[in-house]
Design a protein around this ligand. Structure first.
Ligand code: TRP
Ligand code: ZN
Ligand code: CA
Length: 442
């Protein structure tokens, strides 16, 4: 589910408490045709999240029915998540600790780039209790942040802030892994964490929609997401100290998170607004052997997964400074290209806040998905309509896709305004779409 630019803009101007998570001053990624600066978070695939849950279930089944600290199912879970992140380009670190006489593991995954002095951290505990496979508690949070991390890689998201994901060990023994991480983090590194977002139980079968009431900016980000999809939320009141945000909070780091409910019963009023069954626990299989893949509510898991992506993109994006410096404006909305036609497809990026003219080395990022790319003639249009040819059609070029960055001398153009990528497909048969269009001002 994508969120309107209007809501993102609203978020960007939300008030801040002193010392709280510093929200983005202005967002630089631009949604299609809106004219409003706004980041566009991806829709997290429920199918993919559920596949990760099915894999965690298989791991439990193959390892005596659980994924608990000190058991083989825990290490197998860590190895599973780590392999996916390594393949996606994350820098992963396995941190070991000892608890109750057994080795425990935290997995830390850093996404290269962003401001190392402003870290947005996202975490979930990966261990289960010994009683069962721990699919809602907490395969759900673990799978949702894994898929969010993979979406960061897929979209090659370049946030202003540095992004770090974490899967904690031995939460069920009293937040042992996350406390170990925080305690062993040098004070200077602690102060670089702008915010820690925790996700523990996101797919409760009789779900509630709870937002932690800690850092006001993080809390408002989640509330804005939920307001955008018209789902009421409640403040999470029972959770302080009950999950991995606690050690971060104790260290003075702004925290927030989401929760769909555990052993507490749903009230009649809650059933009224959220559906489900009143007088019954949010999760009747909490810490039990029946916490399997059957113990997950898809709607709750889907909404919470999308809410994570929404928060990560908004809280980390800031002014869109890529690792090499500069300001990025992009449009990630797909635009179909009419096949073999004189009609063209255009994608628009609205540039704002740049003084004077465009540079002589304007970087024009083009991502077009199309078979037989020789069909395509691609131009950049400046705000005043001036045309810069990026690529001519060439009927003998049979390769797929145009995925490259062109450097354009645009120094005679005023920078601010609506820049367009215009694509014409000259020959019928092969088809495709504009996947994204991005301008980087150095
Ligand atoms: N792992 C947590 C626990 O067993 C799950 C939990 C229960 C929770 N209630 C919560 C997490 C409230 C966050 C907030 O205690
Ligand atoms: Zn838990
Ligand atoms: Ca064609």
């Amino acid at each position: 589910m994508k969120i309107s630019a209007r809501l993102s803009a609203l978020l960007a101007v939300s008030a801040l408490a002193a010392g709280a998570f510093a929200a983005a001053p202005a967002t630089a990624q631009v949604a299609a045709g809106t004219g409003t600066a706004a980041v566009t978070p991806p829709d997290i695939s429920l199918t993919n999240v559920k596949q990760h849950l099915a894999d965690l279930q298989s791991i439990a089944t193959a390892n005596g029915g659980n994924r608990a600290h000190g058991r083989t199912g825990y290490k197998a879970s860590i190895d599973f998540v780590k392999a996916k992140l390594d393949a996606a380009g994350f820098t992963t670190t396995l941190q070991t600790f000892t608890s109750s006489g057994a080795t425990g593991y935290n997995l830390i995954a850093d996404w290269p780039g962003g401001d190392a002095n402003q870290v947005v951290m996202v975490g979930s505990h990966l261990d289960s209790v010994t009683a069962g496979p721990g699919i809602n508690d907490n395969g759900s949070g673990s799978a949702a942040i894994l898929e969010t991390a993979l979406a960061v890689s897929r979209t090659q998201f370049q946030p202003t802030k540095h992004l770090r994901f974490a899967w904690w060990g031995a939460e069920e023994l009293g937040m042992v892994g996350s406390r170990y991480y925080v305690n062993n983090l040098p004070t200077t590194d602690r102060s670089k964490i702008s915010g820690y977002l925790n996700f523990d139980m996101l797919g409760s079968p009789n779900p509630g929609y709870f937002v932690y009431d800690d850092d006001p900016t993080i809390e408002q980000t989640f509330k804005t997401y939920y307001a955008g999809i018209g789902v009421p939320t409640e403040i999470e009141t029972e959770g302080d100290g009950r999950s991995d945000h606690a050690p971060f909070k104790s260290a003075g780091i702004p925290v927030g998170g989401l929760f769909s409910g555990a052993e507490t019963y749903k009230t009649a009023a809650q059933a009224q607004k959220w559906g489900g069954t009143s007088g019954q626990a949010f999760d009747r299989c909490y810490h039990a052997s029946c916490d399997t893949t059957a113990n997950v509510n898809d709607t709750s898991l889907d909404r919470n997964s999308d809410a994570i992506a929404y928060a990560v993109w908004n809280l980390a994006s800031g002014s869109g400074t890529p690792p090499g410096g500069g300001t990025v404006f992009s449009n990630d909305t797909d635009v179909a290209i009419p096949d073999g036609s004189t009609s063209t497809a255009t994608s628009t990026v609205n540039v704002t806040g740049i003084t004077g003219n465009a540079p002589s080395n304007l970087a024009v990022g083009v991502d077009i998905v199309h078979t037989w790319r020789g069909d395509l003639k691609v131009d950049l249009l400046a705000p005043d309509g001036s045309v810069y040819a990026l690529k001519a059609a060439n009927v003998s070029d049979s390769a797929d896709n145009v995925q490259t960055t062109y450097t354009v001398n645009a120094s005679s153009e005023v920078a601010n305004g609506a820049w367009k990528l215009r694509v014409q497909d000259m020959y019928s048969g092969d088809t495709g779409y504009i996947n994204s269009f991005k301008l980087t001002f150095p």
